[in-house]
Design a protein around this ligand. Structure first.
Ligand code: NI
Length: 162
């Protein structure tokens, strides 16, 4: 599938919840992973709106090779996870600012403040309710992806010039 690019409106539209995990949804999940792995720039997550489907579903996962890890110190592995209708249930008080890019926003890196720790609930690809506690980099990845599902992009964090 093609990755939809900013400023396509679908990227800034709040998604609809997934009601039932049927073959169409399972196909979408496969497609998201395939598109993520094939993308020219390394990406750690892809949300359904990024392939033009406004559903509350995102996938994350990144397994850099040892060679890639050596070449790029910034690369960190992310466990492969399917998040359906994710909900944030708790956020830490502390926030951390760090640079973020997005496969839907070309040639742009923005300083984005994120909560250092996050607790979420979601439904996995088998329809099971799951809870996840994350911190630091993974917490950042989750907040970035959940933003996508709310129609929010890194460009929305751009400081207005005074
Ligand atoms: Ni993104």
């Amino acid at each position: 599938m093609e990755i939809i690019k900013y400023p396509n409106k679908i990227l800034q539209t709040k998604t609809q919840n997934v009601e039932k995990i049927d073959d169409e949804i399972l196909g979408l999940i496969r497609n998201l992973f395939e598109t993520l792995h094939k993308s020219k720039r390394p990406g750690v997550g892809l949300a359904a709106p990024q392939v033009g489907i406004s559903l509350n579903l995102t996938v994350i996962g990144f397994e850099p090779t040892e060679q890639e890890m050596k070449e790029e110190k910034d690369l960190k592995p992310v466990p492969v996870t399917v998040l359906i209708n994710p909900k944030t249930t708790w956020l830490s008080k502390e926030t951390v600012i760090d640079k973020e890019g997005c496969l839907s926003v070309d040639n742009t890196v923005i300083d984005v403040p994120r909560f250092q720790k996050i607790h979420i609930e979601y439904i996995d690809e088998n329809g099971k309710r799951q809870k996840l506690k994350a911190k630091n980099y993974i917490a950042r990845v989750l907040q970035h992806e959940i933003d996508h599902l709310q129609g929010k992009l890194i460009v929305d964090y751009k400081k207005s010039k005074s």
